[in-house]
Design a protein around this ligand. Structure first.
Ligand SMILES: Nc1nc2c(ncn2[C@@H]2O[C@H](COP(=O)(O)OP(=O)(O)OP(=O)(O)O)[C@@H](O)[C@H]2O)c(=O)[nH]1
Ligand SMILES: [Mg+2]
Length: 196
C-alpha cells in the first residue's frame, strides 16, 4: 500500500454518510486537542490533509481518509472538551458512539492520550469500553516532544498503571518530531495483517 496515495474522502455526521466499501478502517479516538488530526497527517506525511484545530473541540464530524484504496483512517470527534454545553457534548458523544457501535468496517482503534496528563475519567471510560468491545486497539501517548526522555518513561508507566495495561504497549508519539511513527505504522500493519 502506498501511503502517499492518500486522500480525504468524506465528512459524515450520520451513518448514511459513511463511505460504502469493504476495506478495514482504523479510527483515531481521544480527547479534544490530544492530536488526532496531527497524527493522521504525520502518518501520511501530509501537512494539512486532516485539519488541525487552533480551536479545540471544533471537530464535530467524522472525517474519512482513503489510503490507496486499501485502508481508511478515520478522524473521530474529540471528547471531553470543557467549554461546550451539555447538549453539545451529548450530540458529539452520540456521533462517535454510533460509529463505534455500528461500523462493521472498524477493525482497529488508536486511543490517544496526552503523555503529560493523567488519563481523565473520559479516557478511562473510553478504554474500558474499547477493551469490552473486543475491537483490537493501540494506545499512543501524544506530544512526547514536550517531555524529556526520562519523563517520557515515567509518564508511560503512570498512564499504563491507571489504564491497567502494560507500559510497553504504549507508543510515545510526537507529530512534530515524528517519533513513534514507524512503530505505530508497524503495529497497525501487524494488527490489520496488511501491508502498509
Ligand atoms: N508539540 C506538539 N504539539 C502537537 C502534537 N500533536 C498535536 N499538537 C498540537 O496540538 C493542537 C491540537 O492538535 P489536533 O491534531 O488538532 O488535535 P485533535 O485531537 O485533532 O483536536 P480536535 O479535532 O479538536 O478533537 C494543535 O495546536 C497541534 O499543533 C505533538 O505531537 N507535539
Ligand atoms: Mg481534529
Amino acid at each position: 500500500m502506498n501511503l502517499h496515495n492518500a486522500r480525504y474522502e468524506v465528512t459524515a455526521v450520520n451513518p448514511e454518510q459513511y463511505p460504502e466499501h469493504d476495506m478495514p478502517e482504523v479510527a483515531f479516538i481521544g480527547r479534544s486537542n490530544v492530536g488526532k488530526s496531527s497524527i493522521i497527517n504525520c502518518l501520511l506525511n501530509r501537512r494539512n490533509l486532516a485539519r488541525v484545530g487552533g480551536t479545540p473541540g471544533k471537530t464535530r464530524v467524522i472525517n474519512f481518509y482513503n489510503i490507496d484504496d486499501t485502508i481508511y483512517l478515520v478522524d473521530l470527534p474529540g471528547y471531553g472538551y470543557a467549554k461546550v454545553s451539555k447538549q453539545e457534548k451529548a450530540s458529539w458523544g452520540k456521533l462517535a458512539d454510533t460509529y463505534l457501535t455500528s461500523r462493521k468496517n472498524l477493525k482497529l482503534l488508536v486511543l490517544l492520550l496526552d503523555i503529560r496528563h493523567k488519563p481523565t475519567q473520559d479516557d478511562m471510560t473510553m478504554k474500558s469500553w474499547i477493551s469490552a468491545s473486543g475491537i483490537p486497539y493501540i494506545v499512543a501517548a501524544t506530544k512526547a516532544d514536550k517531555l524529556s526522555r526520562p519523563a517520557v518513561m515515567t509518564r508511560k508507566k503512570d498512564i499504563a498503571a491507571v489504564l491497567s495495561i502494560p507500559a510497553d504497549s504504549i507508543i510515545p508519539f510526537s507529530s512534530t518530531r515524528r517519533t513513534g511513527r514507524e512503530e505505530l505504522l508497524e503495529t497497525i500493519q501487524k494488527l490489520l495483517k496488511a501491508e502498509i
